[in-house]
Design a protein. Structure first.
Lengths: 339, 325, 299
């Protein structure tokens, strides 16, 4: 197997809020293999967006990468100089934001914003950049005649496509997509995911897909990393994750979302309770308070992320009993009582 | 284009406002106690002479008739006859308006260029010691009486250092072939310097504070973050995307500021004996020359209202979200 | 980031208390409050603080007119005017006029503006249309010229100046309060009160007014500054109350007496600084309010 394009090792990221240090991501570890789509999934506040943004090193003023490495094509993003990092941005790592409405500058035409990045970062001439902008629009399925529009004149789906066109402008190796379809309705969601999938195959891209929606993961991702309260709790190929999850949180998450493929026949069961306070995380497993299978050990001893089967990582003390737990997790009553 | 309709409505509304202001002005000057002619009726005049004068100014007619005549005259551009100058008010006003406009616009342009740059810079240096020290100073310039600032500058730069003349628009005995020659002469500009600086120092606070707070808001927007993620230069991030967006409301405020400035001019023109509308208004009121006072007031009101409209127009045309709706 | 969504009604009540208790947590606002405290005490105790009658013409021990004395000379802390009046005593008494004008005008502005905003926002329809066109008219009136004309044509008194200011300056407060009322009106608890049949008066007094009071205070504290500055301009131009010693009057006196040409800085600097101090105190407090009411804005 080739070396992964991106290898995140023990990364911790903290926000300073007043005197408190809120560790939004702690000891995250996962790989993104060359040419694959990796999902980063979890509830809001689990640290997935912080993790994704850290890959560009454009993070909030009060946030800091405290530890770890992010090996990307032979360089460590964490320790790169600002100058080297900046030359990496967009040329190698591009970003598709959640809300393209807010991430496109309202006072410039869309064409200007594509041309800007092609000229400033890609070194293209003005005319070459304009030609490339037309190509990009055709590639993502927008009429190039709309290039001269302002962002607010686009529909939600078009804006998101324009954001994809913008991300692909410099043919990056890695595209980080932060909830790229969350704001759209289900039909448009599928169109855009299909498009992203075919472009990814065509261009041999690697994609990190950040989402809270396990059905999006199921639809498009090759591998999936599940995060909970700043920690990676499970990481394996998507088919295995969906069919034979090892972590109780993954089992619960699966119950909580409808399937994007089929009209869901099962009843949706949310996981009761809420994630722990990251300023003051509990000892032991962070999911223990909401886990229907938690034992005394879970509440005091923190489970480490270990490779349970080749390519299947999980952080759970009861991973060996997973098959039995899965059966139990299918009973709706299991999740309602957790406090 | 459907963006024109609200503008049309706005224009009509402001035309109504103008009419209301004109009416208030009429009532203000007619309903005040004492005859408006009191200052000009010599006690030695005979009864007949006094009545002749009153008839001459139409003051013997009923109020509604006076009002009607007044409106008709206004529409014809006639503002009446100044008691003091024994000349048409309009003539006097057209003579003074350029001086007031030059003073207003030159000071505001200086204030806005400085305020926008300094405001953006302070936003950039947010939380620094410079910012912490600068904010109270800026607020204090807004708290200054303009005429006092003028007095201080006058005492220092004119009376003490002798760098600039103490008042007026030109030195005694100078003649210019045209108004243009006057306005571009070094003599005129040195007379302009102190009143212009006074108004500029007073006015820079508004664009500065506005620019700073807009900039702070805009820099938190997603599209600015994305500009950084794209690896664009700091110039592109701060100026092209940050400042360009933060500038919108500041530019719009320029028109409003012209209106406010015109009112502030009243005192500063008086301090520097600048022959403008404001000083004329004060002098006319003091001398009970009510047609002239009314004319000057009206001219100032027209500019204020026009600027309110221009502010709306600017806002509409500068923001593509509205102009390309 | 976790966001706390406060219950609006609860926080409304809490906000009034916070507003009335004044934003002492903010360093700017605290400075403003301290300045106000000093000036209020000065204004109240003026007769005890001022060593002389501010309008009395003073003579030196050897019966010369005590005119144009520099600061410190012969027991005059800030010197004397050309007519032999004690500048320090004038500054102290000037605080009275300033605070009187400032607070009454601010009260008028906040009061008229809040009533207009409440009526326009709550009743909407033609009430709103009429009141907002009136606000447009007020915006079309050049403020200072208006106050000058009213002050000149009526009996010269502080009150006429204050009334003239109130007649125009309510416009900003009115508009802001109106939009606040509009958003309050659509909130759940107001709808609920209407559904259960509460009277308009009761809804306005119980549910809406408490929520707009802090805004009224905010605009009131800005108006204090405007009023003091305007009164100073009016006095400086010679339309002020001749019986009241105000800082604007002092500056007019200094200007007319050639204090500038004679470099008598001790005469015209102190009244200006006094105005700046009090007016910026108002601005500082309003900033504090703003940070309190709209934490997102400002810093």
């Amino acid at each position: 197997m080739d070396a992964p394009l991106l290898s995140v090792k023990d990364v911790s990221i903290a926000y300073k809020v007043g005197a408190l240090d809120i560790v939004a991501v702690s000891n995250a570890r996962f790989d993104v293999p060359q040419g694959s789509i990796v999902g980063l999934v979890g509830e809001s506040g689990c640290g997935k967006t912080t993790m994704a943004r850290a890959l560009t090193r454009v993070i909030a003023d009060n946030a800091r990468i405290k530890a770890g490495q992010m090996q990307f094509a032979g360089q460590d993003i964490v320790s790169l100089s600002e100058k080297d990092m900046n030359s990496l941005r967009w040329r190698d790592i591009a970003f598709i934001p959640q809300s393209a409405m807010n991430s496109l500058d309202p006072v410039y035409r869309v064409e200007y914003q594509i041309v800007e990045v092609l000229r400033d970062r890609g070194g293209l001439s003005k005319s070459a950049a304009r030609k490339r902008a037309v190509e990009l629009f055709e590639m993502v399925g927008i009429d190039p005649g709309r290039l001269r529009d302002f962002p607010h004149q686009f529909s939600g789906g078009m804006r998101q496509r324009a954001a994809i066109a913008l991300a692909l402008a410099l043919e990056p190796k890695l595209v980080v997509a932060d909830e790229p379809v969350t704001a759209l309705d289900v039909i448009i969601q599928r169109q855009i995911l299909d498009q992203l999938r075919s472009l990814q195959r065509e261009l041999g891209l690697s994609v990190i897909m950040v989402t809270h929606d396990i059905s999006v993961v199921a639809y498009i991702c090759d591998r999936t990393v599940v995060m909970y309260a700043g920690k990676v709790v499970e990481d394996c190929d998507t088919a295995t994750l969906l069919n034979e999850p090892l972590h109780p949180y993954t089992m619960g998450l699966k119950n909580a979302f409808p399937d994007l493929h089929s009209a869901g026949t099962g009843i949706l069961t949310p996981i009761a309770g809420s994630p722990p306070d990251l300023a003051n995380p509990p000892p032991g497993c962070r999911f223990a308070a909401r886990c229907p299978f938690a034992t005394d050990q879970c509440r005091v001893e923190e489970p480490m992320l270990t490779e349970d089967a080749p390519g299947h990582f999980v952080a759970c003390h009861r991973a060996v009993e997973a098959a039995a737990l899965r059966e139990e997790a299918k009973q709706p009553g299991t999740w309602g009582t957790a406090a | 284009m459907n963006s024109l309709k609200p503008l049309l409505i706005r224009t009509l509304q402001l035309a109504l406002v103008l009419w209301a202001v004109v009416t208030i002005l009429f009532l203000m000057f007619r309903l005040m106690p004492g005859s408006p002619l009191a200052a000009y009726i010599d006690p030695t005049f005979t009864e007949e002479q006094q009545e002749a004068l009153i008839r001459q100014f139409g003051l013997d007619k009923p109020l509604w008739q006076q009002y009607f005549t007044y409106l008709v005259n206004l529409l014809k551009g006639e503002l009446g006859y100044s008691f003091r100058y024994r000349a048409p008010v309009a003539e006097r006003i057209w003579l003074l308006l350029p001086n007031t406009l030059i003073l207003t616009f030159s000071s505001l342009i200086v204030a806005y260029v400085f305020g926008i740059l300094a405001g953006a810079w302070l936003a950039w240096r947010r939380g620094s010691r410079v910012e912490v020290a600068a904010l109270p100073v800026v607020l204090a310039t807004r708290a200054m009486p303009e005429f006092w600032l003028g007095m201080v500058l006058l005492a220092i730069f004119s009376f003490s250092l002798g760098w600039f003349p103490a008042g007026g628009t030109r030195s005694a005995g100078t003649e210019y072939s045209s108004l243009w020659a006057l306005y571009t002469s070094a003599d005129f500009l040195s007379h302009l310097a102190l009143p212009m600086l006074t108004l500029a120092i007073y006015s820079q606070g508004l664009p500065l504070l506005l620019m700073r707070s807009n900039m702070l808001d805009v820099m938190k927007e997603d599209f600015v973050t994305m500009a950084k993620v794209k690896g664009l230069s700091s110039y592109a991030v701060v100026v092209r995307h940050g400042a360009r967006n933060a500038l919108l409301p500041v530019v719009t405020s320029f028109a409003i500021a012209v209106g406010y400035q015109l009112q502030g001019n009243v005192v500063v023109e008086s301090v520097f004996s600048w022959p403008g509308l404001g000083r004329e208004l004060v002098a006319a009121v003091l001398a009970s020359d009510y047609p002239l006072a009314q004319g000057a007031f009206l001219m100032i009101a027209i500019v204020v209202i026009a600027m309110n409209l221009i502010a709306d127009l600017l806002y509409t045309f500068l923001d593509p979200r509205i102009s390309h709706a | 980031m976790p966001e706390t969504v406060a219950d609006t009604h609860e926080s409304g009540v809490a906000r009034i208390f916070a507003a009335i208790r004044l934003p002492v947590g903010d360093p700017f606002a605290l400075a403003g409050l301290v300045i106000y405290a000093v000036f209020i005490v000065t204004a109240i105790c003026a007769p005890y603080i001022a060593p002389y009658d501010p309008s009395e013409i003073l003579y030196t021990a050897d019966y010369d007119l005590a005119s144009d004395l520099p600061p410190g000379a012969k027991g005059h802390l800030l010197g004397t005017t050309s007519l032999g009046r004690d500048i320090f005593s004038q500054i102290v008494w000037g605080a009275r006029s300033a605070l009187l004008v400032g607070f009454t005008a601010a009260f008028m502005v906040a009061f008229i503006g809040s009533i207009v905003g409440l009526l326009a926002g709550y009743f909407g329809g033609w009430v709103d249309a009429v009141l907002m066109r009136l606000a447009d008219v007020a915006f079309g009136i050049p403020f200072l010229p208006f106050v000058i004309v009213i002050s000149a044509f009526s009996e010269p008194s502080i009150w006429n100046t204050v009334i003239a200011m109130g007649l125009v300056l309510w416009r900003d407060t009115g508009r802001v309060i109106r939009s606040q009322v509009l958003s309050l009106r659509s909130r759940g608890y107001v709808e609920a009160a209407r559904v259960v049949g509460s009277s308009d008066l009761k809804i306005i007094l119980r549910h809406i007014t408490p929520n707009i009071l802090p805004l009224s205070f905010l605009y009131g504290s800005i108006a204090i500054g405007w009023a003091i500055l305007t009164e100073a301009s009016i006095s400086f131009l010679g339309f002020g109350d001749p019986d009241a010693i105000s800082w604007g009057f002092m500056l007019q006196d200094a200007f007319a007496s050639q204090a500038l040409a004679r470099q008598a800085y001790y005469w015209f600097i102190p009244p200006g600084l006094a105005i700046i101090l009090v007016v910026s105190a108002g601005f500082f407090i309003s900033r504090g309010y703003e940070n309190l009411l709209f934490p997102k804005l400002g810093r």
